[in-house]
Design a protein around this ligand. Structure first.
Ligand code: C2E
Ligand code: CA
Ligand code: CA
Length: 735
């Protein structure tokens, strides 16, 4: 057999296979060479192969044929390229030229790993990789004779390598791409897309309450949950993007060629809904949520780092504004982050510097409008920012481990302040779940009572359902001690949490507080809320508990809530939170009565949309002030005598241009209708589906690198719109 090969093998190629010192000078050199080659082939370390000028196999070591599970004579005469191809998954050779190309170019082949084409060998197929080397052979006239080369099976090593590279690129738990791969993908995509003016969106996801599942149900349950989350994400995204787990409970999704914020919002909404469906794990049920931040290249970042940072900021904002939401990046988020950074720095000293106060909001009995108690609400009076809402600083205090200190202070302060009120009036103090989980908590309550001498019956602790997420033994003990102390317990924000009813049965609550969100919607379209309020009141009465309805602002709500059986109300219709001094002043008479007072009808908070925008008409840009914005139109002030039907392009900032038609014009107030409706920005606001691309601005002569992410100067340069104005612009007060 080897003689055959020797015949087709040139001297030069034989040299490659033999040690130099054994070659040449001796008379029996060719016989010796033959012997060495034979040994070599027999050893099976390397196989030999050769092709003719047409690329058909004319020689193959027998062992090689065996490796291919095929008789040698079937293989001879077959084109080599029909058996092998480059492996597309080869981690090393992504950019390598095809095997076919090498052969047709007659170039030298060095250690090329090729994959046996699946199906070429029928039944006996199994994945095989060969490493091939070879060189073209020419005769004395320089005519190409074919290839001579050697090969070996590298399947084992190669599969191991593939596995390693998979591990380096994929998350072994969920099978999703890992951070490394996502970073590479994003870098590659953004680089290529920049040249082609294409867009690319990324979503950053963070699971809400994942830590609690891990802590209460154990790590294996946490792992199982992550797997199920990955599966759900795959089913939503399918082939339209790539999903990665960046670590912990953090996921990223890359969505190429998608910049429509309407569509992105729909996808994000779907993800939020599907991820918050319950997960069956080990015969238990886990419930989590997710927050999503969205950034779109090139608008919110052109390079990977900028874009990722934008999506992180958007995620942050989504989490801070109540979780279970998505949020698009916008330039103002950067200010929010800066603000938060300052607050984090200053909060540590707030207590020491006496910047924290307690204000008290009355809880009023509806039959006779008598104040029966007060809820203590914390206020931080920041020297520069003024009053900072507890909704903002309590979560920060929890993160910074300052909540125990703040909470203890609030308990002591409230007990002391309540001593000045009539004995029939109680005080309620909010307790964060972090405080409650601390085993020293009952003692802190005891101390506050002992130091002040307040009757424990006059102290009410407001807890939310999140206290039940902790260790159940500690929870039970804490509840027991608190009950023994004689303090009253209220379940706060009822209805906003997860599986409320079971908690009512398992813990000794004296009161339920119906969340403001039910009251908000009870007079709106959602008639269900009124029924839910009635049901909660009925239920708590049946269980011997009291109910307080929170957040009643207007008379229509008041009437409805009272007709559903509400006996106690805490809301602006009676009073906002008062300073201790204000209470003392009013209590002069010894009894405290408040008449309800407020608007007839509840109107959900209009977002303040007062801001400067641009109105472009033909080749002039006017500066106007927006007063009202809805999905289908806007109202602004600042232009006189604009005829109905006039086409205006409104510049809402950050690359958002809206084509609109004037539908009303009254003195300087103009109402317009949009050609394309706006879409939700995820935070209760509105945005355009599309934006003017920085690439277009770049084409108009603006340097691309100079554009900060998402923060364009005026979208349309005023100097390019300096035509003669047709309408009269009037100044608007305050702007
Ligand atoms: P909460 O316990 O649900 O308190 C009720 C919130 O609703 C208060 O907001 C109150 O001012 C507001 N509110 C009451 N009636 C109305 C109404 O008719 N209309 C509207 N729009 N709002 C109304 P506030 O004071 O901003 O407190 C926010 C949250 O911060 C509280 O929600 C509570 O969870 C937390 N918090 C406040 N003080 C403390 C504290 O001392 N410790 C802890 N851990 N949390 C606190
Ligand atoms: Ca409360
Ligand atoms: Ca509440």
């Amino acid at each position: 057999m080897i003689k055959n090969f020797f015949r087709v093998l040139s001297n030069e190629s034989a040299k490659e296979l033999e040690p130099e010192s054994d070659l040449g000078c001796k008379p029996d050199a060719s016989a010796r060479r033959l012997e060495i080659l034979d040994d070599f082939e027999q050893a099976g370390i390397n196989w030999l192969w050769a092709t003719d000028a047409q690329g058909n196999l004319i020689y193959l070591s027998e062992k090689a044929a065996k490796n291919l599970h095929r008789p040698l004579d079937e293989l001879l005469g077959i084109p080599l390229v029909s058996l092998f191809k480059n492996d597309p998954d080869n981690p090393d050779e992504k950019s390598d030229r095809p095997f076919k190309f090498h052969l047709s170019k007659r170039s030298k082949i060095n250690d090329l790993v090729v994959h046996r084409i699946p199906g070429t060998l029928g039944e006996r197929d199994r994945p095989t990789w060969w490493m091939l080397s070879g060189h073209p052979k020419y005769d004395d006239e320089g005519v190409f004779q074919g290839y001579r080369g050697n090969a070996k099976d590298v399947s084992l090593e190669y599969q191991r390598k593939l596995e390693d590279s998979r591990m380096a690129e994929f998350d072994s738990l969920t099978g999703l791409a890992n951070r490394h791969r996502m970073d590479n993908r994003l870098n590659g995509l953004l680089g290529a897309f920049k040249a082609a003016n294409r867009s690319c969106a990324i979503m950053m996801l963070d699971l809400d309450r994942f830590k609690q599942v891990n802590d209460t149900m154990g790590h294996p349950a946490g792992d199982e949950l992550l797997k199920q989350v990955a599966k759900r994400l795959r089913s939503i995204i399918g082939e339209s993007g790539e999903i990665g787990r960046l670590g912990g409970d953090e996921f990223q999704i890359i969505l190429p060629d998608l910049d429509d914020r309407g569509k992105l919002g729909e996808i994000a909404d779907k993800i939020v809904k599907i991820i918050s469906q319950p997960y069956p794990i080990d015969e238990k049920i886990a419930t989590i949520g997710t927050s999503i931040g969205i950034a779109i290249a090139p608008y919110d970042g052109i390079e990977k780092d900028g874009l990722v940072r934008s999506s992180d900021l958007a995620l942050y904002a989504a989490k801070n504004s109540g979780r279970g939401q998505f949020r698009f990046f916008s330039a103002e988020l950067k200010n929010d982050e800066e603000e938060r950074r300052i607050l984090v720095e200053d909060l540590r000293d707030a207590l020491v510097n006496d910047q924290v106060e307690l204000h008290y909001q009355p809880v009023v009995r509806t039959d006779d409008h008598m104040v029966v108690g007060f809820e203590a609400l914390m206020r931080w009076v920041h020297p520069e920012w003024g009053e900072v809402s507890p909704a903002v600083f309590i979560p920060i205090a929890e993160e910074l481990n300052l909540i125990n200190q703040l909470g203890e202070w609030a308990l002591r302060r409230a007990c002391q302040d309540a001593l000045l009120w009539p004995k029939s009036v109680w005080v309620a103090v909010n307790v964060s779940a972090v405080q409650f989980a601390n085993s020293g908590f009952p003692e802190i309550v005891m101390n506050a009572l002992a130091t002040s001498g307040l009757d424990p019956k006059r102290l009410e602790l407001e807890l939310t359902e999140s206290v039940f997420m902790g260790d159940s033994d500690t929870i039970d003990t804490t509840f027991k001690i608190l009950k023994q102390l004689g303090v009253r317990l209220a379940l706060d924000d009822f209805g906003t949490g997860y599986s409320s009813l079971s908690y009512l049965r398992s813990a000794p609550f004296d009161k339920i507080k119906v969340d403001k969100s039910f009251v908000d919607s009870c007079t709106q379209k959602d008639k269900n809320s009124a029924k839910i309020i009635a049901a909660i009141i009925g239920l708590s009465e049946a269980l011997g508990m009291e109910t307080t309805v929170e957040g009643v602002e207007a008379f229509d709500q008041f009437g409805l809530v009272c007709s559903q059986g509400a006996r106690y109300i805490q809301g602006w219709i009676y009073s906002k939170a008062l300073k201790p001094q204000e209470i003392e002043d009013k209590l002069g008479s010894g009894e405290f009565r408040i008449e309800p007072d407020g608007p007839e009808l509840y109107r959900p908070d209009r977002r303040t949309v007062f801001r400067r925008i641009g109105a472009i008409h033909e080749d002039h840009r006017y500066e106007v002030v927006m007063r009202d914005l809805s999905q289908s139109g806007a109202m602004f002030e600042g232009l006189l005598g604009v005829p109905l039907g006039t086409k205006l392009v409104l510049d809402l900032g950050e690359g958002q241009l809206v084509v609109s038609t004037v539908t009303r014009s009254d003195e300087s107030t103009v109402a317009t209708e949009f050609e394309t409706p706006l879409v939700s920005d995820g935070a209760g606001g509105l945005c355009t589906r599309h934006r003017v691309s920085p690439y277009d601005l770049c084409a108009a002569g603006m340097p691309l690198a100079a554009l900060p992410p998402g923060n364009y100067p005026l979208t349309v340069d005023a100097s390019s719109l300096s035509g003669k104005p047709e309408f009269m612009q009037v100044a608007i007060g305050g702007f």
